[in-house]
Design a protein around this ligand. Structure first.
Ligand code: FAD
Ligand code: NAP
Length: 338
């Protein structure tokens, strides 16, 4: 087991923050995971799991052990005439898995193209984009239980998936390490182009009967045109979740702001795009030294070069306070702060 000490996490977080991990171990097998938790050196050491670092904000050096998840492998476990069950190691790159599925004409995750990070982190917040969430294709996962040091299987109904949510962010937080994920993909793909501008992009390209590859490429094109590439400008995607508010609250906002958008969640609740709220308050393109709000997508906070995590957190608190003051809405962070 190779232990790196005082290891820079700069290349391991998409904000590009220069923080150090006291120690880091790259984990490629469940045996290594077990060895870490059996090693008395680490019994009282604070630990975190890190995948691609695309949903984390480090506000200081991490004085503990970073377990860098790198368990590999993509294999077909079972197959029927309609579906395949694909088992994927937690350390595989999510977008590479999407491309793997598209190559084999296996449908279900094409709308989730170009989401950074690892497969193991995908169930953590039930990743979602363009009208599709991980839960729509999720079959089960295997996780290492820290307390018992045993592997446990969770099926879909055990995960309590919700909007950018799972049990692993809630009551089971910090108790399990996801080691592999099993997805049920469709051999007869059903195309989903209803959301946002996918249809518009396809029409512009003259595609009337899109394949999953076409849908994936449309999503990639839209994302590249709107979102900053973390390799060029540090960011962790949406900093806040889209708030879900009571219908009455939404109606009162609608009376005051006729351009506000809302999407019904259930009979009593409406989802409001956080980007719209932040934009209304003039934050889009805001910059203060090395930190800022992206000039095309105000839900994305950016590191212009040499920012600290604390500066980004301070900016996020200012944005949050102004949204609360004007709209009476409490924005919830999507990014995990350490
Ligand atoms: P990390 O950032 O490494 O970890 C995130 C959290 O999960 C941490 O708390 C970590 O401890 C925990 N964790 C990671 N792996 C494991 C594991 N194996 N077991 C237990 N805990 C673990 N998200 C969306 O949902 N939809 C999007 O469209 C989207 N677009 C994005 C676009 C950009 C440009 C960026 C930078 C981010 C975007 N995100 C999006 C957020 C992010 O990509 C996802 O949340 C992704 O799943 C995070 O994966 P990761 O491996 O980088 O996780
Ligand atoms: P967009 O398409 O401009 O839409 C703006 C907001 O309106 C989104 O937040 C979206 O909610 C909501 N919305 C739009 N059409 C909808 C519909 N038909 N039904 C329900 N809600 C609808 O958003 P964008 O910023 O360009 O992002 C596109 C997609 O990628 C979104 O799904 C977004 O969540 C995802 N994305 C996520 C991250 C992240 O880090 N989490 C980063 C970038 C993009 P939803 O967000 O709930 O879909």
């Amino acid at each position: 087991m190779l232990v790196r000490t005082n290891y820079s996490l700069r290349a391991h977080n998409t904000f590009g923050l220069s923080v150090l991990a006291q120690s880091l171990i790259r984990v490629e097998t469940v045996q290594t995971l077990l060895a870490i938790f059996q090693d008395e050196t680490y019994t009282n050491t604070k630990k975190i799991i890190l995948g691609g670092g695309s949903n984390v904000l480090f506000t200081r050096n991490f004085l503990g052990l970073v377990i860098h998840m790198a368990i590999p492998g993509i294999s077909i476990k079972r197959e029927t005439s309609d579906h395949v069950l694909v088992e994927v190691g937690a350390g595989e790159n999510w977008h590479q898995l999407v491309l793997w599925a598209i190559e084999r004409n296996l449908g279900g995750i094409e709308n989730l193209s170009l989401i950074p990070g690892t497969v193991g982190a995908a169930p953590m917040q039930n990743i979602g984009a363009y009208g599709v969430e991980l839960q729509h294709v999720f079959h089960s996962l295997q996780a290492f239980e820290i307390l018992s040091r045993k592997l446990v299987t969770f099926f879909k109904e055990d995960c309590a998936f919700g909007y950018r949510y799972s049990q692993f962010k809630g009551p089971l937080k910090d108790q399990f390490i996801i080691t592999k994920v099993c997805l049920k993909l469709n051999k007869r793909p059903q195309i989903n182009t209803d959301y946002g501008s996918i249809q518009e992009v396809l029409v512009k390209k003259g595609i009337s009967a899109p394949t999953i590859k076409d849908v994936s490429q449309a999503v990639i094109d839209i994302r590249r045109s709107k979102l900053p590439d973390p390799l060029e400008i540090g960011n962790a995607g949406s900093f806040f979740k889209n708030p879900v508010i009571e219908n009455e609250h939404f109606q009162s906002l609608q009376a005051a702001y006729n351009s506000i958008k809302g999407f019904p969640v259930d009979d009593q609740h409406t989802k409001v795009p956080a980007a719209w709220l932040i934009d209304q308050l003039g934050w889009k393109g805001y910059r203060d030294g090395q930190v800022g709000v992206h000039d095309q997508q105000p839900l994305v906070l950016v590191n212009h070069g040499d920012a600290s995590g604390q500066q980004l957190l301070d900016l996020s608190e200012k944005v949050k306070a102004s949204v609360q003051q004007t709209f009476g809405i409490d924005l919830e962070r999507e990014v995990n702060v350490y």
